[in-house]
Design a protein around this ligand. Structure first.
Ligand SMILES: Cc1cc2nc3c(=O)[nH]c(=O)nc-3n(C[C@H](O)[C@H](O)[C@H](O)COP(=O)(O)O)c2cc1C
Length: 174
């Protein structure tokens, strides 16, 4: 089983990247699992133009990672009640390679009020790309951090998410 974690924040001190790292740690010791982490800060993808961008070698490399994965975890900051633009752009560029795979969400937000913000992307993943969305996601707000460290309770929730996600991908592969 292969799981791709996509971290979409372009901020060098990204909190959602920390969530992605914590998930990678939680998945690391599980059996029969390969993990890949794609950080969009480093991928330097062009903006989707619906044309030439699909031929860009950076886009092709990202698409190959998506194609190789059975499940994709979207680790995104919440910007203006949605995932950030870099994540939306990533889906515009590679979404057609996500068909039939499992999706999951880790979100870092400022406050608790944006809890439903990933639902518009989740709907698109389900309806455009026939993805199966894990109905449990990790939503972290500013108060869930102690300075720059995640509170233990949230680490526990990421551990539960890791187990649920692996289980869900496994069921879809059967
Ligand atoms: C442009 C912008 C828009 C934001 N919009 C929201 C929002 O709608 N709801 C919210 O709870 N936080 C919002 N925030 C706060 C971020 O979600 C929060 O700082 C998050 O931890 C950033 O994740 P990152 O460090 O991985 O980039 C916004 C921040 C920025 C810069």
């Amino acid at each position: 089983m292969k799981i791709l974690i996509v971290a979409s924040s372009l901020n060098q001190e990204s909190k959602s990247r920390q969530l992605a790292d914590e998930l990678e740690l939680a998945l690391k010791d599980k059996d029969d699992l390969e993990i890949d982490l794609l950080d969009l800060k480093e991928a330097d993808l062009p903006l989707c133009d619906g044309g030439a961008a699909y031929e860009d070698e950076r886009v092709i490399a990202a698409k190959e990672k998506v194609e190789a994965a059975d499940g994709i975890v979207f680790a995104s900051p919440i910007y203006v009640y949605n995932v950030n633009a870099a994540m939306k752009n990533f889906v515009e560029l590679t979404g057609h390679s996500m068909k039939g795979k499992v999706a999951g969400f880790l979100c870092s937000a400022g406050g608790r009020m944006s809890y439903m913000s990933v639902m518009s992307l989740a709907n698109s993943l389900m309806l455009d790309f026939r993805m199966f969305v894990l109905p449990r996601f990790v939503y972290v707000a500013a108060e869930d951090w102690e300075g720059s460290a995640l509170k233990d309770e949230i680490k526990g929730r990421i551990g539960e998410f890791a187990t649920s996600f692996q289980d869900f991908v496994g069921r879809m592969l059967d």
